[in-house]
Design a protein around this ligand. Sequence first.
Ligand code: NAD
Length: 355
Amino acid sequence: MKIAVMPGDGIGKEIIKQGIKVIKAISNKYKCDFEIKEALIGGAAIDETGSPLPDETIEVCKNSDAVLLGAVGGPKWDKLPGNLRPEAGLLGIRKTLGVFANLRPAILFPQLKSASNLKEEVLGNGLNIMIVRELIGGAYFGEKKRVDIKEGQKAWDTIVYSTPEIERIVKMAFQVARKRNKKLTLIDKANVLESSRLWREVTNKISEDYKDVELNYMYVDNAAMQLIRDPKQFDTIVTENMFGDILSDEASMLTGSLGMLPSASLGEGKVGMYEPIHGSAPDIAGCDKANPIGTIMSIAMMFRYSFNMEEAARDIENAVSKVLDKGYRTSDIMEQGKVSVGTEKMGELITQEIQ
Ligand code: NAD
């Protein structure tokens, strides 16, 4: 099985190094070989080749069974025009691979209850929300432009969705919900946005085929509030690209830290893409401070969804849980009485639990 690995920028390199240790541990345990091929993306690719997504990277990814990504971006490249920025590489590879569904589980490990910003009575016995975010449509991909006007400039981005684009993600979300607690919430802004009204119509029609799943609708502004007020009301959420981007970062704080959360991006093609939901964290890059758990949990998703190795996925998740049980914490989830460890050490401890 071939895995394309793109560390990217900032903490990307540090967290991916820990992820590779985990892949090797699984490879040893299950006696299966993984061919790991590194490729450039983002700022690192710009520095080397002038492009945030070189052709060679596209080839490596297309010829793999799964793609593992660290993070891209950083202040060094912030002044480049939009199409040449590191983030253009990320959006480009998602589009090229056709990975239209981004699965972002927000799981609160019971050991980290006190790292969450919410009170214990709101969290109950932990949280497990699945956000299914549309990934290759909406405002991030719609027509955008900037023009000069007398008073300065004018700029716009457009949210565009077609019926088939909504259908494929909503069907996937219903299937995900069916395997969980059979409750799906569509989050939109249908009181204002025409694109949201189309999402509702299409979702309503599809729900006819999933009568066993309870469907409800919520406006995004209300959802942002409800996630903090009573997160346990949610099981599976489906939403468009930009709302999903924002709400999943918000949900991450329920779980303690942005550094904890994994994601899987899937489409109709054979290649799945796996990445933590956080960015390149330039403020802590190179300091051995980054939490590698989001990346490691993304690798668990890779074994589950791309390699159909459920047992290996569970091994990884259990290893993370055991290390947290033993009291080890990176600085973002540190609390009194626990043992503070860096990125390297956390990777090592989790790998040891997999043996
Ligand atoms: P960020 O996610 O990089 O960081 C936000 C905050 O969370 C920072 O304080 C950071 O130190 C902390 N943080 C993030 N990941 C962490 C981890 N694993 N362990 C501990 N702390 C962690 O978001 P930002 O600061 O808004 O963006 C920085 C750069 O990353 C920008 O260039 C942005 O465009 C890019 N970005 C990339 C992706 C991606 O590659 N998927 C996603 C979001 C942002």
